[in-house]
Design a protein. Structure first.
Length: 154
């Protein structure tokens, strides 16, 4: 009723499959994590964060088996832009570290994300000025609570 298949299936392994080097999933994740941390190290060095850079360099050396090349290749980018870039790189490193169950790298990446989030928040929050600070009340010498304004409320 059916004609037999005359060609080899695309799913059969090649005759010389053993000749090609293959990496395990763990080795691929190690390479990927080391790459994300090395990129984070470059941005961290550009921001001038020496201690954090040293901790990241230790993790890269552990994963690669050799210390990373460090240089201060400046891009003239704004610090806020660099913090955003570092936050994204730390997030990628955190995802890979979590998938390979690397606790030390995951903790380091999470700490770097927190540090760059705080730096971005500090850069966007303006310092209090006389125009935004309410005047002190005469009776107590403390600032008066500001009334709550509901926009669009009925």
């Amino acid at each position: 009723m059916y004609e037999p298949i005359r060609t080899k299936s695309v799913h059969t392994p090649a005759d010389h499959a053993d000749e090609f080097p293959h990496r395990s999933r763990e080795e691929e994740l190690d390479i990927q994590l080391a790459g994300h941390l090395a990129a984070l190290l470059a941005v961290t060095d550009e921001l001038g964060l020496g201690e954090a850079g040293d901790r990241i360099a230790e993790q890269v050396a552990r994963l690669r088996g050799a210390p990373p090349a460090r240089h201060a290749g400046l891009t003239d980018a704004a610090p806020d832009t660099l913090h955003r870039r570092a936050h994204a790189l730390a997030g990628r490193a955190l995802v890979v570290a979590a998938s390979r169950a690397d606790t030390a790298a995951a903790i380091l990446a999470a700490e770097r994300m927190d540090a760059h989030t705080a730096a971005m928040a500090a850069a966007t929050t303006p310092p209090p000025t006389a125009a935004t600070t309410p005047p002190p009340t005469a009776a107590t010498g403390t600032t008066a609570p500001t009334p709550v304004r509901l926009v669009g409320a009925l």
